[in-house]
Ligand binder design. Structure first.
Ligand SMILES: *[C@@H]1O[C@H](CO)[C@@H](O)[C@H](O)[C@H]1NC(C)=O
Ligand SMILES: *[C@@H]1O[C@H](CO)[C@@H](O)[C@H](O)[C@H]1NC(C)=O
Ligand SMILES: *[C@@H]1O[C@H](CO)[C@@H](O)[C@H](O)[C@H]1NC(C)=O
Length: 436
């Protein structure tokens, strides 16, 4: 069986541009959620006026400046989600030290990167332009900017990669599916190296309006934005929309070893499942839950009692966090006392990056494994409700140092689509344990 390892990481997040800055700020318990009123008056009438926005500035200071990442003309050709993904992919490839030039290497390198929503900004502007001015007002770049798979397409064009060129679009599970599918491509022999992840940039009044109408967003902290995203907290009341991109370079183990690449972790397991229940809500009883986590662990050959950390999907919605909490406790049932279950949601710091969430959080999970640190859940004052249900260790407010041999990253999306990724140290030798 071909094994898959992580050899490069790249990130554009509401905490910072770049993995180093993002990770440092995450461990410093900083928060990327800001008021949208400073951005544009168009948000003033909306029930939710907060979002987790990528900070602007120079890359040295962890800020976003498109010109530092793009070739001339690319800003016009690429929608913002594609621009973020180019930056994250560029960082990940540099980090991996992978810059192939031979035909064979280029043909053995692919891209699998998606988005949940794509460029709502373009869809909106062009709808208005068409409706007021007719077809001649529609930009010839409209379609290539709009299409979700163009982020992956642009990366292949920029780097000349001629392996698989694929894009997942499964709402908030996109980033996890992209990484998991890319891992399978490598295992199956379609490629030796894959650039994989997700990107999202749809902080737009129309998107806020839509999610607010679906009653998904936090609306009670417009004056104190950094308190709005509070996974597992009693007072949580909806998610906070975020933007950015997370990308990792996945590589076949022997290929990585031959070129002496640094290996962060092994992608050991991938599990997918469907709720078959409701378009936006998870089943509340949690029964039949955790299929995706169980499948990921079965795929990894790792027993639940060997999992040291779960990076939860927990978006800070009352129902979603409760269902996931129950599912996690069921997964560990009998194998671990709740207080020993280490689970956190990094969405308190970065909000919910929708199609990029799974990949950014997978990246945090990889770093937790690599550095033996559990990243914190911000704003967790009172776990609940009720408190006796929420009795795991949620790593409240500040990080905790703890050996992490194996970890899970969860992603759940509208439509009832669930995926879990399992990462472990390369030298992981915890054995199978009792696989249930
Ligand atoms: C859409 O229109 C707004 C308002 O004119 C403008 O600020 C924005 O840059 C446009 N977005 C795109 C992608 O063209
Ligand atoms: C999907 O995730 C939700 C948590 O949001 C959980 O309640 C549900 O049982 C999961 N479904 C499956 C099939 O794993
Ligand atoms: C959870 O983390 C704490 C340290 O933060 C550690 O003492 C404990 O052993 C961990 N539990 C497990 C099961 O790894």
């Amino acid at each position: 069986m071909r094994r898959v390892v992580v050899t490069g990481l790249g990130a554009v997040t509401p905490l910072a541009v770049g993995v180093r800055h993002t990770w440092k700020r995450l461990l410093d318990s900083q928060c990327g959620v800001v008021s949208l009123l400073d951005r544009s008056s168009h948000f003033a009438d909306l029930p939710s006026q907060v979002a987790a926005c990528v900070p602007t500035g120079t890359v040295d200071s962890g800020g976003w400046n498109a010109k530092e990442w793009l070739d001339p003309g690319d800003e016009r050709r690429m929608a913002l989600f594609s621009q973020y993904s180019i930056a994250a992919a560029t960082e990940a490839l540099r980090d991996a030290g992978w810059s192939p030039s031979s035909h064979l290497e280029l043909e053995r390198t692919g891209v699998c990167l998606g988005s949940g929503i794509g460029s709502l900004d373009d869809a909106y502007n062009m709808s208005v332009a068409y409706s007021t001015g007719g077809h001649k007002k529609v930009s010839p770049l409209f379609v290539p900017r709009l299409l979700i798979n163009l982020a992956a397409g642009h990366i292949t064009i920029k780097y000349g990669f001629r392996g698989p060129n694929h894009a997942a679009s499964t709402a908030c599970t996109t980033g996890a599916h992209a990484i998991g599918d890319a891992g399978r491509f490598i295992q199956f022999g379609d490629a030796d190296v894959m650039v994989a992840g997700g990107a999202e940039a749809c902080i737009h009044p129309l998107a806020i309006a839509g999610f607010a109408r679906a009653k998904s967003l936090a609306t009670a902290w417009n004056d104190q934005p950094h308190l709005s995203s509070r996974p597992f907290d009693r007072d949580r009341a909806g998610f906070v929309m975020g933007e950015g991109s997370g990308v990792m370079v996945l590589e076949e183990l022997e290929h990585a070893k031959r070129r002496g690449a640094r290996i962060y972790a092994e992608l050991k397991g991938y599990g997918l499942s469907a709720d078959a229940h409701h378009i936006t809500a998870p089943p509340t009883d949690g029964s039949g839950a955790l299929l995706s986590m169980r499948r990921a662990l079965q795929n990894a050959g790792i027993a639940p009692e060997r999992v040291d950390y779960v990076n939860a999907h927990a978006t800070s919605t009352p129902q979603g966090d409760a269902a996931e909490n129950r599912a996690i406790k069921t997964l560990f049932d009998g194998a671990r006392r709740p207080a020993e279950i280490n689970v956190s949601s990094t969405k308190g710091a970065v909000g919910h990056l929708l199609g990029a969430a799974g990949s950014v959080e997978a990246l945090f999970t990889v770093l937790a494994v690599h550095e033996n640190i559990l990243p914190p859940t911000l704003n967790l004052e009172n776990p609940g409700d009720p408190p006796e249900e929420f009795d795991c260790n949620y790593v409240p407010k500040t990080p905790q140092q703890h050996g992490v041999e194996a970890a899970i990253s969860n992603s759940f999306g509208f439509g009832g689509t669930n995926a879990s990724l399992c990462f472990a140290k390369l030298e992981y030798s915890g054995g199978m344990g009792r696989v249930r």
